[in-house]
Design a protein around this ligand. Sequence first.
Ligand code: NI
Length: 173
Amino acid sequence: MAVREIRLLGDEVLRRKAVEVEAFDDALRTLVSDMYETMYHADGIGLAAPQIGVSQRVLVLDIREPEAPLGGRLAFVNPEIVSASTRTDRAPEGCLSIPGLEEVVTRPAEVTVRGFDERGEFYEVEADGLLARALQHEIDHLDGILFLDRVSPLKRRMLMKKWKRSREEARSQ
Ligand code: NI
């Protein structure tokens, strides 16, 4: 197990469409355990493989809600959203690849996601609330989409200004 480096906004791997996993082998299980460790180390609730520079369709989540399906802790390999509610929900989101930024994002309130765990077992989750939001956010990462792409152009411009400023400050320190 190892904590891997989290790629930040501007890294092109975050904009690439990740490829499907074909082998459910030890390398995949190591990737998943490294992703959990990296996520916990960064105090996040979700992480997608491209965020550690691996362009494969893998995500991990731990929303720390015991009443959620699987306790809100899960790994999905090759996940697919099979249905989404027309009812939407608005809530603030952040991202470990864009630290310091947060904005309200509108998404379907409920989704059904199917895919495989790291051992190759097929499963399906019906999610609402934070679990539904986190799943959609991480699946977006697998398609090269960031939460910034889901806010208005005006908000995005403001967020990008804030991001550039915070990066310049970080460099000058
Ligand atoms: Ni993210």
